[in-house]
Design a protein around this ligand. Structure first.
Ligand code: CAA
Length: 259
C-alpha cells in the first residue's frame, strides 16, 4: 500500500475508504492532503475489487476548509498561475465509481465543498456545514457558490455564503444537502451499509445510473431525459439486466456477472 501522511486508506469488502487524517489542523485541505486523496481515489478507481468509495474525516471534523496558513502568502498572480483551487480537488468529480461523504463535525469552506463533490452525503448528528470564506475576505472557491446552490437552492446558499453561519445536520437534511442523518456513533456503520449495498450491485448499472443523475446538473431537462432514456435502453444489453429480472420472477437474489 502507498504510504500516506495525511490520509488513511483501507478497504471493507468491496468498499474503499479514505479517511482524512490531519488532526492538528481539523483536516484542513493543504496541497499535500488533496494530492494524496487524488492518488487514493485513482487507485480505488483502478481496483476491480472496489465498487464504491467512502470519504470521511474524524469525529471532530470532516475538514475545516482549505489550509488558511498555506493560502495566506499567496498573491493574486500566484493563485491565478496555479489556477488555485487546482484541478487536484476536482479528481473527486471525475470518479466513475460512487463516492459517499461520511461527515461528522466540521465541514467548512473547502470541507463543505469537498463533501459536495461526492455523490451523496451521510451526516452524523454532530455535523456542521458552512461556507465561512467571507469572514476571511475571500469567497468560496471550490464550488460553494455553485454546487451548494444547486443542492440547497438560492436562499439557503446565499444565507450560508453571505453570513458564513454554520448549519447543523438537521437543517442540512431539510435543505437537501445531506441524504441522511445518523447518530454519530453509527456514522461509519450506516455509511458502509449504503456503500456495501451499492458495491454489491452490477457495476455497469451503477456507473450508468450515476452518470445519468449527473447529467441533471449539466444539461437541459429534455436533453437529460433523452440521455436517461438511451442509457436505460443500454442496460437492456447487459446480461445483468436479464439476470436481475429473471431473479425477481424466480423470487431469488440476483447473481450479478459484472461485479
Ligand atoms: N486552515 C489551516 N489551519 C486550520 C484551519 C484551516 N482551514 N482550520 C483550523 N485550523 C487549525 C487552527 O489554526 C489551529 O491550529 P493551531 O493549533 O496551530 O493554532 C487548529 O487547527 C485548531 O483550530 P482552532 O484553535 O481554531 O479550534 P476551534 O475548536 O477553536 O475551532 C474551527 C475550530 C471552528 C474549525 C476553526 O478552526 C475555524 O473556524 N477554522 C477555519 C474555518 C474556515 O474558515 N474555513 C474556510 C477556509 S477557506 C476555503 O476553504 C476556501 C475555499 O473555498 C476552498
Amino acid at each position: 500500500a502507498a504510504a500516506y501522511e495525511n490520509i488513511q486508506v483501507e478497504t471493507d469488502g468491496a468498499v474503499g475508504i479514505i479517511r482524512l487524517d490531519r488532526p492538528k489542523a481539523y483536516n484542513a485541505l493543504n496541497a499535500a492532503l488533496v494530492d494524496e486523496v487524488g492518488h487514493a481515489l485513482r487507485a480505488f478507481e483502478a481496483d476491480d475489487t472496489v465498487g464504491c468509495m467512502v470519504l470521511t474525516g474524524s469525529e471532530k471534523a470532516f475538514a475545516a476548509g482549505a489550509d488558511i496558513k498555506e493560502m495566506q502568502e499567496k498573491s493574486y498572480a500566484d493563485v491565478q498561475r496555479e489556477d488555485f483551487i487546482t484541478d487536484d480537488w476536482e479528481v473527486l468529480t471525475h470518479c466513475r465509481k460512487p463516492v459517499i461523504a461520511a461527515v461528522a463535525g466540521f465541514a467548512l469552506g473547502g470541507g463543505c465543498e469537498f463533501a459536495l463533490m461526492c455523490d451523496m452525503i451521510i451526516a452524523a448528528d454532530t455535523a456542521q456545514f458552512g461556507q465561512p470564506e467571507v469572514q476571511l475576505g475571500i469567497i468560496p472557491g471550490a464550488g460553494g457558490t455553485q454546487r451548494l446552490t444547486r443542492s440547497v437552492g438560492k436562499s439557503m446558499a446565499m444565507y450560508m455564503c453571505l453570513t458564513g453561519d454554520k448549519i447543523d445536520a438537521q437543517t442540512a437534511l431539510q435543505a437537501g444537502l445531506v441524504a441522511k442523518v445518523v447518530p454519530a456513533d453509527d456514522l461509519m456503520e450506516e455509511t458502509l451499509k449504503a456503500a456495501q449495498k451499492i458495491a454489491g450491485l452490477s457495476r455497469p448499472v451503477v456507473a450508468t445510473c450515476k452518470e445519468a443523475v449527473n447529467r441533471a446538473y449539466e444539461t437541459t431537462l429534455s436533453e437529460g431525459v433523452l440521455f436517461e432514456r438511451r442509457a436505460f435502453h443500454g442496460t437492456f444489453a447487459l446480461e445483468d439486466r436479464s439476470e436481475g429480472m429473471q431473479a425477481f420472477i424466480e423470487k431469488r437474489k440476483p447473481e450479478w456477472k459484472h461485479r
